[in-house]
Design a protein around this ligand. Structure first.
Ligand code: PLP
Length: 393
C-alpha cells in the first residue's frame, strides 16, 4: 500500500486566505519570446509589464552571442566559480563591467536575489542593516539571512535615515534601491552617500532598474547622481531587466571583492551562471554601450514622456517617476484585478501587482515601457487606459 500524504490544514488555509482577499497568484505561460507583442493563452496581446526595458531579451545579437558562447564553452558552468566553474566568458564579462562602471572588480552572481543575499549577509556589520522601507524584497531578505539588526527608514527620506544611523552604536551597511522597483522613482543617492560617509557606514545601491536605461552610457543611477566607486563602494546590478539576459553582479573594490569571495555564501555554494548566459550578457553590454543602446534609451525616454503627458487628463495620480516604471495606483486588490482584466479585453497585458509585493491598500498596475514598444503601442495603451479608467466607477 502506498503511504498517503495529506496536505496539512495550514497550507490549505493559507491558500484559502489568499483567494478570499483577491491575493492569489498564478503563472501564465507565454507562447512567444519576451517581446511587446506576446502570445498568451493563444491570444495576441501588447504587453506592458515586462522588465525588458531596452527590448534586448530577444535581440538577434544576443541570441547569436549565446549560441556562439555555447558552441565554444558549452551550456553548463559545471561547478561553482571557486572550484572550476569560472570560465573565460565569466572573466571577460566581469572585466568589461568593471571597465564600464569604473570599479576595480566585479563578481558575478546567478541572480540578483542571490547577489543581494550574498553581499548583505556578508557585510552587515555590528550595526546591522539600515534600508529604505520600499527596498526590494531581496534586500530585506539579505538582512534576515545576516541575522543582523534590520531597521528601515521612511521612503527616500534622508532625515529619517540619519536618525537611524545616529542612534546606532556600531556602524553597519546603508542600502537602497537606485530606482524603486514598484514606484519607479529615484533614491536620493548623493545625499545618502554623504550621510553614510559622515557616519562611517558602508553604502550599497541595488540599481536593477537603472543600469542600462539611465545616465551617461547607460551607467544608471550612479551616473545620474554623479557618484563613482569612491562615493558608492558597493553597486549591485542585474542582467534580468534592461540587459535582457539573467544573473547579476556586484561592482566594488579589490578588498570587498576578496572579502565577498570568502564570505558571501550565495556566491560560494552555488554553480556558476551558464557561460552561454555570460556570453549573451557581454553582447548585451556591448549593445548598451553602442549608438544603438543610446537610441534605445532615447526611444524609451520618449515613450515615458508621451505616456505621462497623455495620463494628465485622466482621474489618476501619476507617481513621481521619469523611468520606464509608470505605476497607476488603484488601491483595492479586487479593483486592480478588474482594471487589469478590462485592459486585457482590449488586448493589453498588464498584471495587477498586489500586496505583499506592495504595501497594503496600494494595489496597482505596474505599467512598464520598453524601447521595443512602437508609438502605435503607446497610443493603444493610452487610449485603452482612458477608456477603462474613465468608465470605471
Ligand atoms: C528584480 C530585482 C532583483 C532581483 O534580481 P533577479 O536577477 O531577478 O533575481 C533585485 N533587486 C531589485 C531592485 C529588483 O528589481
Amino acid at each position: 500500500m502506498k503511504p498517503a500524504f495529506n496536505t496539512p490544514d495550514w497550507v490549505l488555509a493559507a491558500l484559502q486566505q489568499r483567494r478570499q482577499h483577491d491575493l492569489m497568484r498564478r503563472t501564465v505561460t507565454l507562447a512567444s519570446p519576451q517581446v511587446p507583442h506576446a502570445v498568451i493563452d493563444g491570444q495576441d496581446y501588447t504587453s506592458f509589464c515586462s522588465n525588458d526595458y531596452l527590448g534586448l531579451a530577444n535581440h538577434p545579437e544576443l541570441v547569436r552571442a549565446m549560441q556562439a558562447s555555447a558552441q565554444q564553452y558549452g551550456v553548463g558552468g559545471g561547478a561553482s566559480h571557486l572550484v572550476c566553474g569560472h570560465l573565460a566568458p565569466h572573466q571577460q564579462l566581469e572585466e568589461a563591467l568593471a571597465d564600464w562602471l569604473g570599479y576595480e572588480r566585479v563578481l558575478l552572481f546567478s541572480t540578483g536575489y542571490m547577489a543581494n543575499l550574498g553581499v548583505i549577509s556578508a557585510l552587515a556589520g555590528k550595526g546591522g542593516v539600515v534600508q529604505d522601507k520600499l527596498n526590494h524584497a531581496s534586500l530585506i531578505d539579505g538582512a534576515l539571512l545576516a541575522q543582523a539588526p534590520l531597521r528601515r527608514y521612511l521612503h527616500a527620506d534622508v532625515v529619517s535615515a540619519e536618525k537611524l544611523l545616529s542612534k546606532s552604536a556600531n556602524s553597519g551597511l546603508l542600502v537602497t534601491d537606485g530606482v524603486f522597483s514598484m514606484d519607479g522613482d529615484l533614491a536620493p543617492l548623493s545625499a545618502l552617500s554623504r550621510l553614510a560617509a559622515e557616519h562611517q557606514w558602508m553604502f550599497m545601491v541595488d540599481d536593477a532598474h537603472g543600469l542600462g536605461c539611465l545616465g551617461e552610457n547607460g551607467r544608471g543611477s550612479l551616473s545620474l547622481e554623479g557618484l563613482d566607486s569612491a562615493s558608492l563602494p558597493i553597486l549591485v546590478g542585474t542582467f534580468g531587466k534592461a540587459f535582457g539576459t539573467a544573473g547579476a553582479f556586484v561592482a566594488t573594490s579589490h578588498d570587498y571583492a576578496d572579502y565577498l569571495t570568502q564570505f558571501a555564501r550565495p556566491y560560494i555554494y552555488t554553480t556558476a551562471m551558464s557561460p552561454a548566459i555570460a556570453g549573451a550578457s557581454l553582447a548585451s553590454l556591448q549593445v548598451i554601450q553602442s549608438a544603438e543602446g543610446q537610441e534605445r534609451r532615447e526611444q524609451l525616454a520618449s515613450h515615458v514622456s508621451y505616456f505621462r503627458q497623455r495620463m494628465q487628463s485622466l482621474p489618476i495620480t501619476l507617481m513621481a517617476s521619469d523611468t520606464a516604471i509608470q505605476p497607476i495606483i488603484i488601491g483595492d486588490s479586487k479593483a486592480a484585478i478588474q482594471v487589469s482584466d478590462a485592459l486585457r479585453s482590449l488586448g493589453i497585458w498588464c498584471t495587477a501587482i498586489r500586496p505583499p509585493t506592495v504595501p497594503a491598500g496600494s494595489a496597482r498596475l505596474r505599467i512598464t515601457l520598453s524601447a521595443a514598444h512602437s508609438e502605435a503601442d503607446l497610443v493603444l495603451l493610452c487610449d485603452s487606459l482612458e477608456q477603462v479608467l474613465t468608465t470605471e466607477d
